[in-house]
Write a protein that binds this ligand. Structure first.
Ligand code: PNS
Length: 161
C-alpha cells in the first residue's frame, strides 16, 4: 500500500490544492493531507482547527484521504505518518526553484523523496495568499477556493479587514 503526504499551510485550502489532492488520490492508495505549522510562529488567517475542518469538508468525498496537523519538520511528519513520499504542486518556474531546494534538503535530512506535479493550467494562478487578500477586501472567491467552503472562507476573511 503506497502512502503519500501532501504537506502545506492550507491557509485556506484553495482550488490549486484541491487539484493536487484529487490527482494524488488517483496515484496513491492513501493520501495524507498534512497541515504543517510552526508552533513558534503566529497563526495565520485561519486557526489550525479551522484549516483542518475546511480540508475535511473538501476531501469528504474521497475515502482514501486523511487530514492531519503536524508541528515541526516535514521529514518528521513523513516518519510519523509512515508516508512513502511527499507530493507538492508546481504553479510556476519560480515555485520550482524553491520546491527543488526543499526536496533536496528533505532528501538529505530524512531520505524523503518528493514528487513535483505541475498544476493544472486553469488553477496555476491561484494562491492562498491572494485568496486571503481578495477575501479580506470582500472580493469574489469563486474559482479560488473550493465551492463547498467558499461562503465560510469569505465570511471569516471579511471579519479580518
Ligand atoms: O503551503 P506552503 O506554505 O507552501 O507549505 C510549505 C511547507 C509547510 C510545506 C514548508 O514550509 C515545510 O515543509 N515546513 C515544515 C518545516 C520544514 O520541514 N522546513 C524545512 C523544509 S526543507
Amino acid at each position: 500500500m503506497r502512502k503519500v503526504l501532501y504537506p502545506g499551510s492550507f491557509d485556506p485550502v484553495t482550488t490549486g490544492h484541491e487539484d493536487i489532492i484529487v490527482r494524488a488520490c488517483a496515484l496513491f492508495d492513501e493520501v495524507i493531507v498534512g497541515v504543517l505549522y510552526n508552533p513558534h510562529k503566529a497563526s495565520g488567517a485561519f486557526s489550525i482547527e479551522e484549516r483542518l475542518a475546511l480540508l475535511r469538508a473538501v476531501t469528504a468525498p474521497f475515502p482514501n484521504i486523511r487530514v492531519k496537523a503536524f508541528g515541526g519538520l516535514l521529514v518528521d511528519a513523513v516518519r510519523a505518518c509512515g508516508a512513502d513520499a511527499v507530493i507538492r504542486g508546481l504553479r510556476t518556474m519560480a515555485d520550482a526553484d524553491v520546491e527543488v531546494q526543499m526536496a533536496r534538503l528533505n532528501r538529505q535530512m530524512g531520505q524523503v523523496e518528493t514528487l513535483l506535479i505541475p498544476a493544472t493550467p486553469a488553477v496555476s494562478h491561484v494562491s492562498a495568499t491572494m485568496a486571503r487578500e481578495i477575501g479580506r477586501f470582500g472580493g469574489n472567491l469563486t474559482g479560488l477556493v473550493p465551492e463547498s467552503i467558499r461562503r465560510q472562507v469569505a465570511e471569516t476573511l471579511a471579519k479580518q479587514q
